[in-house]
Design a protein around this ligand. Structure first.
Ligand code: SF4
Length: 425
């Protein structure tokens, strides 16, 4: 059963009298377990929908509609599939107490992998899930492989029952599923020859594995630092050497590099980022792989459509990782808008200084930085630092933050998205 959260006005569902709180039970006799069932089974032009209205009345709808007319139904959020692993570096273990409740959920959900590009390990897949992936063609999936050797992977995931990921990729790949994969690098565990072997194994799948990213493990002050550590400069350099060697071979063989190091890998290695063309289609930019070059491209693509910011003082607030990289990006932006930009990198006081990503900076850190800078007229904050309800990691809302500072606040993904508004003129 799935429950309706809201219904668009003038939609098919509104005409039928389906409203919030209606339980959708089955389509053509097939039970609806989650949003995937709903989306795939209701994609037909004609179907019989069994539902239970909020007053308890069971009803059947005979639905016929052209396939370009949406039903207009938004469902309540799904129950998230929990993770069966206990990785030493797990972000959830590293969280301090008192944050937003859903941050403590250890999710590992192939459905969210398909829908949103969340990485999943596939270790909690049941035969029924595998059958659904194949039936609904849930492709591409984003898979945390980490290491292809099954013994090492079980140890890595602290899950003695983890299935062999190579077999899973093979079986799903044979059914037409494709994968973007990642390897989170732990020094002494899955780097060096183990990394080489994992890349060789994944390479052996041909175009079933669409991309691989190699990402250095990130820890917080609360992580199990007696069990795991972050790679240092030389370890990151060694990993980059491995990545580049495979990437160059793939470029010659396949016409694209296929494997990429995360921006953070180059940062820690103290090496310059590769140029934009290195990253092809930026397939894992959201995973921090080529995200700086991607951002630069985005800004350039706005061209002269950006508003003039002459005479304005603009603060760009971010985590310490991007703080080191953003000045390059911001120089382009300053040239295009004539504004005076200042990058303000913020140390993560909640998780500790080793957590450098902008997405995890707490709202109060932004608030304090802006309250200390009354001359700032406009502040650009990373949009990924708030959830769908507009709340930062520490539960402060963007609205409350805006009310507590003297400057204008804008949440932005790539700067250009908020610097085109006439309100800035
Ligand atoms: S796969 Fe590992 S890191 Fe991810 S949620 Fe599970 S235990 Fe945590």
């Amino acid at each position: 059963m799935v429950r309706v959260q809201s219904v668009a006005p003038d939609s098919v569902a509104a005409e039928l009298g389906i409203g919030p709180g209606t339980d959708l039970l089955s389509i053509d006799g097939r039970a609806l377990d989650d949003f995937l069932d709903w989306e795939f089974l209701s994609a037909e032009e004609a179907f019989v929908l069994s539902a239970r209205l909020p007053d308890g009345q069971d009803i059947e709808f005979d639905i016929e509609r052209p396939d370009d007319v949406p039903m207009g139904i938004a469902l309540e959020p799904p129950n998230i599939r929990r993770c069966a692993n206990r990785c030493d570096f797990c972000f959830v273990d590293g969280l301090p107490a008192g944050l937003r409740e859903n941050l403590y959920i250890r999710d590992d959900d192939y459905r969210l992998s398909f829908r949103f590009g969340n990485f999943a390990t596939l270790t909690n897949l049941k035969p029924k899930d595998t059958a659904r992936i194949l039936e609904y063609r849930l492709s591409p999936l984003y898979v945390s492989v980490h290491v292809t050797d099954s013994v090492l992977r079980r140890r890595y995931l602290r899950n003695p029952r983890a299935p062999d990921v190579m077999e899973q990729l093979r079986a799903l790949g044979a059914g037409g599923i494709r994968f973007h994969t990642q390897i989170v690098l732990q020094p002494g565990v899955n780097d060096g020859p183990v990394l080489e072997r994992s890349l060789a194994d994944l390479h052996g799948f041909g175009d079933v594995v669409l991309s691989v990213s190699v990402v250095p493990v990130g820890l917080t002050s609360f992580s199990k630092v007696h069990l795991v550590r972050e790679p240092g400069r030389d370890e990151c350099r060694a990993a980059i050497d491995v990545v580049h060697a495979v990437a160059e071979r793939c470029l010659a063989e396949r016409g694209h590099r296929w494997v990429h190091g995360a921006d953070e890998l180059y940062l820690v290695a103290d090496l310059p980022l590769p140029p934009a063309e290195w990253y092809g289609d930026f397939e894992q930019a959201e995973n921090g792989v080529g995200s700086v070059r991607h951002l630069q491209q985005q800004i350039a693509s706005y061209g002269d459509t950006l508003s003039s910011l002459a005479g304005r003082s603009i603060a760009v607030l971010t985590g310490t990782a991007m703080g080191r990289l953003l000045p390059t990006v911001i120089a382009d932006l300053a040239r295009q808008t004539a504004g005076h930009f200042e990058v303000i990198p913020l140390e993560n006081e909640l998780f500790g200084p080793s957590v450098t990503t902008a997405a995890l900076v707490p709202g109060r850190a932004f608030q304090r930085a802006l309250q200390e800078r009354p001359s700032v007229s406009l502040a650009l904050l990373p949009a990924e630092a708030v959830n769908d309800d507009g709340r930062f990691m520490d539960d402060l809302s963007a609205e409350d933050l805006a009310a507590s500072v003297s400057c204008e606040i804008r949440l932005s993904y790539d700067f250009g998205d908020v610097l085109q508004s006439p309100a800035l003129q």
